[in-house]
Design a protein around this ligand. Structure first.
Ligand code: UDX
Length: 439
């Protein structure tokens, strides 16, 4: 099939390459000419394992190319995926829908033949219905320019795997039997043949599936981080607590890792946008618990700053703090709402001399936080450090031998913000090891 993918960020670039991998002819569109030039040359402008290769493979195979012209996209495709971002509005909780609207306004007037526009972005419930009406109004094809909603659940770092082997496909259509469903079944035929469950539903349910999935995941993380606060107050160990909980299949062990909490371009802004939408719909009480989920999450960052201060003898000005990790999670160079950089910047404000190292996110971190120092390795930033803070759980940090650092640092003190280092290893090598939620 001939597909277009509009917006070539994490979601769109991955979706475009994966659709080519499924055998479709794909045209990616972005309004940023630099992004288009890079992608057309087979370079992905962000770090996502395996994506460079997949894009390059399909540029060579001829099934994937890029443009910045809506007219060309409209002529080319029978199905158009809208994959643009819905960031948090500046100074507000709600989502900024200007990019989502711009896709409809940009593409719609060029749709002269029957076409399907498929929204994949995370949007406030009610958006799809509004966009469908607008599309039919501005497209020369009128009602033959249809809309469907097909939320995306991919995780950064596993984006290709999650797109080619999703745990489910959700399709929202305006009414049962809408031809959009059949078209999307054809697009995803190889995934359906492999047994992927498909839920076909109405617009609001499809929109809510995504919002509530992210709310649930955020709640699970904040639940265990609230238990970490209880552990700190009572001398218990949250890692053993979560291991014990995980054997109950009704609870399960995934997303139960206590630590510095969630960040990134999705969970934090999505739970806030969800609350804002509930407010607009007069259902604010249904989601007040998410305010607490957000607050628990942010308190973990404050606690880490306090632990760092404690380890520096109660004084931060002039103390040297080594920060391991800048990305919001490992296997990503994404620093949007990164807990690690939030803590690093706060310590800097409080007078500490903070030096940061991350295997992939250095360029982004430098641009966003030029006031911080940066080093070329985990060992480098640990030079003369009064404390090391482990804030993003890259595998390479867990492989560092404490003995190798003993004569590098000023004080053998480490705080594990992700509970993935081995406390025995560090304590046996005469380090003070502290962590969130553990004695
Ligand atoms: C998330 C959702 O998982 C995905 O389905 C949705 O499409 C987009 O948002 P992503 O932002 O890529 O994906 O990251 P995810 O792997 O979910 O992690 C989110 C944050 O939670 C990270 O900061 C991570 O460090 C943190 N986290 C995750 C925890 O603190 N503890 C856990 O147990 C799991």
């Amino acid at each position: 099939m001939r597909l277009t993918v509009i917006g070539t960020g994490y979601l769109g670039a991955t979706h475009a390459a994966c659709m080519a991998e499924l055998g479709h002819e794909v045209l990616g569109l972005d309004v940023d000419p630099d992004k288009i030039a890079a992608l057309q040359a087979g370079q992905v402008p962000f770090y996502e394992p395996g994506l460079d290769e997949l894009v390059a493979t399909h540029i060579r195979s001829g099934r994937l190319r890029f443009t910045s012209s809506y007219a060309e996209a409209a002529d080319f495709g029978e199905v158009h995926f809208s994959c643009v971002g819905t960031p948090q509005k500046a100074g507000e909780q709600a989502a900024d829908l200007s990019y989502v609207d711009a896709v409809i306004e940009g593409l719609g007037p060029h749709l002269r033949q029957p076409a399907l526009v498929v929204g994949k972005s995370t949007v406030p419930v009610g958006t799809a219905e509004r966009l469908a009406r607008r599309l039919a109004t501005i497209a020369p094809a009128g009602d033959e320019a249809r809309l469907a909603w097909n939320p995306e659940f991919l995780r950064e770092g596993f984006a290709i795997e999650d797109t080619l082997r999703p745990d489910r496909l959700v399709i929202g259509v305006p009414a049962p039997g809408d031809p959009a469903e059949e078209l999307l079944r054809q697009v995803y035929a190889p995934l359906l043949a492999a047994g992927t469950p498909l839920i076909s539903t109405d617009f609001p349910t499809a929109e809510l599936v995504k919002a509530s999935a992210n709310a649930f995941l955020a709640t699970k993380i904040s639940f265990i981080n609230a238990m970490a606060e209880m552990c700190e107050a009572s001398g218990a160990d949250v890692t053993q607590l979560s291991a014990a909980l995980s054997y109950d299949p009704r609870i399960g062990g995934r997303f139960l890792n206590a630590g510095l909490g969630f960040g990134g371009g999705c969970l934090p802004k999505d739970i806030r946008a969800f609350m804002a939408r509930a407010d607009e719909l007069g259902a604010d009480q249904a989601l007040t618990f998410l305010r607490e989920v957000d607050a628990i999450n942010l308190r973990r960052r404050d606690r880490m700053v306090e632990l760092a201060r404690e380890q520096c003898g109660g004084e931060l000005p002039g103390r040297r703090v080594a920060v391991w990790g800048a990305a919001f999670k490992p296997n990503s160079d994404d620093i949007r709402d990164s807990p690690a950089l939030h803590v690093a910047a706060r310590l800097h404000q409080l007078g500490a001399q903070v030096s940061v190292y991350d295997p992939k996110a250095m360029d982004h971190a430098r641009k966003a936080f030029p006031e911080l120092d940066y080093g070329y390795s985990a060992i480098d930033v640990a030079q003369d450090a009064d404390v090391i803070l482990h804030l993003t759980e890259w595998t390479e940090f867990a492989q560092i031998e404490p003995q190798h650092l003993a004569h590098v640092v000023a004080q053998r003190r480490i705080v594990d913000g992700r509970n993935t280092l081995d406390p025995h290893l560090w304590r046996d090598a005469d380090w003070t090891y502290r962590a969130l939620g553990r004695p």
